[in-house]
Every structure is written in structure tokens, then in C-alpha cells.
Design a protein around this ligand. Sequence first.
Ligand SMILES: *Cc1c(COP(=O)(O)O)cnc(C)c1O
Length: 353
Amino acid sequence: MIPIPVDLRSDTVTRPDAAMRRAMAEAEVGDDVFEEDPTVRRLEETAAGLLGFERSLFMPTGTMGNQVAMHLLGRPGREVVCESRSHVIQYEMAAMAALSGMIPRPILAEDGLPTAEQVEAAIAPDVSYRTPTAMIVLENSHNMAGGRVMRPERTREILAVARRRGLPVHLDGARIFNAAAALGIPARELAAGFDSVMFSLSKGLGAPAGSILCGSESFVKEARRVRKMLGGGMRQVGVLAAAGLVALESGLANLPKDNATAAALGAALGRLPGVRIEVPPETNIVIFRVLADWFAGARIDGNPSSACIARLRERGILAVPVNGERVRMVTHRDLPADAVDRAVAAVAAGWAG
Ligand SMILES: *Cc1c(COP(=O)(O)O)cnc(C)c1O
């Protein structure tokens, strides 16, 4: 018998559990474009309270949440200061340009966590011939930097720069609860001071779809209009909001374990000769560098990471590339108990077999 693959591609592969499906089946619903869905309203109130904001808005995806925020806080013909590997640059289909007329001003931060000095240096000077800065976007945890966590002290320094320069700041907090769990603090401490914060319900928290965009009352009122403009006005969507509520009520408790599993995976991979853990995992994301000759027997496109991923797939382990040399594994609630052992054994086998 071929064992079920260990799916470490992303925490988005988590499936709604029995309690969640029950809540979805029993959800009270209404037309949410008329603001008449009681379950959506309950989710939005709960989520806003958790992150310490006045209001929040249920979004079909995190990408839409980020883009609605950028549309409202930014301005066409201006720049968005953000880290070079951030989700808003790499995975949102150039939406900041296509939908809001902005271009990124990327900061190269080795660990994915720009300093206040780097942010300040990336902000355009106030002269008539330089493309002006519209806003700043931070990402916490930082996905492509290996799930790194920005401490509240750093965030506060950056927010202070933004205030001084009169710029709004959005937080892409898709995995903010993983970051909060890693630091042992409430997520609201990581969300404090931002103009808007997005987080995902559909990742480690286990909901089948949905994200939340938090902000002030006036911001969320406008966000509702922009969401509609982008085609994100949904009707009896309480069936999904019900899953989101279960995610917030019981899914949060799983995240420390996901972080611990990633730490164990990172530690074990770090002891293997063929790969390098450059950044010990802090949350539920593990990124490792594949040494060029380790998986050379399975060359696909000449990239060590593609070769590694192809070999791992044959061994029942699913992962995704970060770039030509690096592979990402994400831990989550739906992994089998022996996931770490199997993943480590598959990597340890290198190009052999
Ligand atoms: C997953 C993710 C998002 C949102 O993704 P969707 O698939 O659109 O929900 C945004 N930012 C980061 C850092 C993410 O990891």
C-alpha cells in the first residue's frame, strides 16, 4: 500500500473538520450585500475584537483583503514601500499596479524584516521630480523569509517613521496568529497601530475559505464598496463565516503545535548533510537550501530545488520551491503524526534510489 502523501506544500490544504462542517450546515444566513447575514456579522465583530479594531470585513481571499486596503490607503501614481519577497509583490498578480495604479518600492531585508532605517530610506523625499510614496505594507509572519516574526518593538519603530512621514501602513498578517503564538502574546499586540490588518481564516486555522480585513469604522465602510467593485460582494455567505467562527474559536489552539512541529522538522533537517537550514523556523514555515549535488540524480530544470521536490514527491512528500535552491515546507493541523519522520527520511535519502 502506498501511504497517503504528507502534504507540506501549504497550510491552505487543511480541510474543514466535522465540527466546522456542522456549524456550516446549521449557519443562520441572510443576504450579506444587504448586510443581513447574522453569522457574517458575528464573525466580523469577533475578528475585530480579537485584533483590537473598531470593525472588520469578511473577504473571499487574503489577496482581495490586501488589495482593498491598498486601494483605499494608497493613491495611483505612487509607490508602496514593502519587503522584496512580500506576498503583495510576488503572488498578487501585480494587482497594486493593475487595480490601484501603484508600483512597489522593494526593500531587500535578508531576514524579511525591514528595519525602521530601511523603511525610512525607501520613502521618497518630498521633491517634485521623484515618484512619491503612498503607503507602507508589512508582512508578519513573513512567508517567503521562512515565517519570520516581526517583534512589536520593530513594528512600533516602523509605525513611528510612518506617522512622522504621514504615511498609512497596512499589515499583511495572513499568519498573524502563528506569529503571536510564537511570541506568546495576543495577536492584537502585533496589530496595534496599523491602519488596516488582513489575516487568513483559510490557512492554519482550517476554514475552507475566507479572510478578514480590519480597520476603523469609516475605513471598513469604504472597504465594503471596494470589495463590491472587485466582485467580492457575497450573499448567503454565513455558511463560510460559520467556518471562520469555528476557526477563531477552536483553530487558534492548534497553532502552537504547528509551530512546534516546524521547529522539530527544521532541527532534524538541519542535521542532514545535503541541506542547510539558514533560518531556524519560528512559526509553521520551514525553508531549506538544497546543496547542488544532493538531488542531482533527479535533475529537472537544472535547479536543485526542482530536483529535490520531484524526488520527495516520489517518496510521498509534497513541498513547494521558494526559488532555484530553496524548498518550503509548511506544517498544519492535517498532517499525520509521523509527518516529520517521513519528511526527514525522504530528504535524507537525497538523490539515491
Ligand atoms: C496566503 C497569503 C495571503 C493571501 O492569500 P490568498 O490565497 O489570496 O488568501 C496574503 N499574504 C500572505 C503572506 C500569505 O501567505
